[in-house]
Design a protein around this ligand. Structure first.
Ligand SMILES: Cc1cc2nc3c(=O)[nH]c(=O)nc-3n(C[C@H](O)[C@H](O)[C@H](O)COP(=O)(O)OP(=O)(O)OC[C@H]3O[C@@H](n4cnc5c(N)ncnc54)[C@H](O)[C@@H]3O)c2cc1C
Ligand code: FES
Length: 254
């Protein structure tokens, strides 16, 4: 059931430390949500902030401790409650407006890998071939590698310092994947830091591939009222996104 209006409490059933800055919280409860949608998470005494769903049934949130709310969340224990409303926004669309897409590539950096884990599960469940690329600066800052590995899909891991996986950035690994003719994906799905998303979107245009990106903006209300998440052309990230789609082929034809 969606949680509209007043945030509702959910009990924490498990907490997994992913790396020095990040924990994954499993909650008692589920949401009818699509990958890429987000929830506004609240604790008493704090402003609520947006977090992607790493899973919807049960709810899982992968949270980096960067400021007051996320640090307070990191202090919670199993059995404590947090409050949330959602799911909000538009997620990734797997029923692509492109005929014949059977193989997709997911490209994630930072905590952007969290919604892509949810997306990978949904894509595999409907029979799509899924390749995944996840990256970070160092091995110690990688996230959810075990969860992606457990899905049994082709996975490329990159680190900028070469401490594990292929040395370089996710864009380097994507270039390699796109160069392999037999396994070439037909659509891209990305989430991560803005610079990474811009580089992948440029590659999608060069390669004539449709792309959907999970975009981040500063959010206050999460429901289209405050305007704080406006991006170009008057679009609101919380309502029109956070996932935005672009098809270079259709864009050239219109
Ligand atoms: C759609 C969406 C999905 C998100 N999903 C996740 C997730 O799955 N896991 C996760 O850990 N975080 C996620 N975030 C980011 C998270 O909402 C922020 O980090 C949040 O502000 C943390 O709150 P805080 O009170 O702990 O820190 P704050 O004090 O709010 O922020 C700490 C620092 O991060 C900066 N910051 C805050 N929000 C953003 C932003 N959107 N872009 C760039 N800089 C920002 C602030 O300016 C400040 O310097 C998501 C954000 C969006 C918009
Ligand atoms: S967060 Fe308020 S309009 Fe988007």
């Amino acid at each position: 059931m969606p949680v509209i209006g007043i945030p509702q409490p959910f009990t924490i059933t498990a907490i997994k430390t992913e790396n020095a800055a990040t924990k994954t919280f499993s909650l008692a409860g589920s949401l009818a949500a699509e990958p890429g949608q987000f929830v506004m998470v609240w604790l008493p005494g704090h402003e609520d902030k947006p977090f992607s769903l790493a899973n919807a049934d049960p709810i899982r949130l992968t949270i980096a401790a960067v400021g007051p709310l996320s640090q307070a969340l990191h202090r919670l224990q199993v059995g404590d409650s947090l409050w949330l409303r959602g799911p909000l926004g538009r997620g990734y669309k797997l029923h692509l407006p492109v005929q014949g897409v059977r193989h997709i590539a997911l490209v994630g950096g930072g905590y952007g890998v969290a919604p892509l884990l949810f997306l990978a599960q949904e894509a595999l469940a409907i029979g799509l071939q899924v390749s995944a690329i996840i990256g970070a600066r160092t091995a110690a800052s990688l996230l959810l590698v075990e969860d992606f590995t457990a899905l049994g899909l082709p996975l490329m891991v990159t680190t900028e310092d070469g401490s594990t996986g292929q040395q370089g950035r996710v864009t380097d690994a994507l270039r390699l994947l796109l160069a392999g003719s037999s396994q070439r994906p037909q659509a891209l799905f990305a989430c991560g830091p803005v610079g990474m998303l811009r580089a992948i979107a440029d590659m999608a245009v060069q390669e004539n591939l449709p792309i959907q990106v999970g975009w981040e903006a500063h959010m206050r209300c999460g429901i289209g009222l405050c305007g704080s998440c406006e991006v170009g052309q008057g679009w609101l990230t919380c309502l029109d996104g956070p996932v935005f789609a672009f098809n270079p082929v259709q864009a050239r034809e219109t």
